[in-house]
Design a protein around this ligand. Structure first.
Ligand SMILES: [Zn+2]
Length: 88
């Protein structure tokens, strides 16, 4: 099975998924993968949580968007590395 490719596709779509801008078909594919892939599900929850956190902080402290970008970039890099390396 080519699971890593699926994971990368899902991770690539995660932002759009969270923005609720995917088509119904794509949502189904992403949801199905998340339900069957704990690492991606974990990443999804983390991103979802992070978004809420950033939103709250942005309201209260006016956090610069560059900070958010930095956090997201770091998270994505580390998770992608883990996904492409596969389980150990
Ligand atoms: Zn996955």
């Amino acid at each position: 099975m080519n699971d890593h490719r699926r994971c990368q596709e899902t991770v690539a779509k995660l932002q759009t998924f969270l923005d609720r801008e995917l088509s119904t078909d794509e949502v189904g594919v992403v949801r199905f993968h998340l339900d069957n892939c704990p690492p991606c599900e974990h990443l999804f929850r983390f991103e979802d949580h992070l978004r809420r956190l950033v939103k709250i902080r942005a309201c209260t402290e006016n956090a610069p968007s560059s900070l958010r970008e930095q956090i997201l970039a770091r998270v994505r890099t580390s998770d992608l590395n883990r996904l492409t390396e596969g389980p150990r």
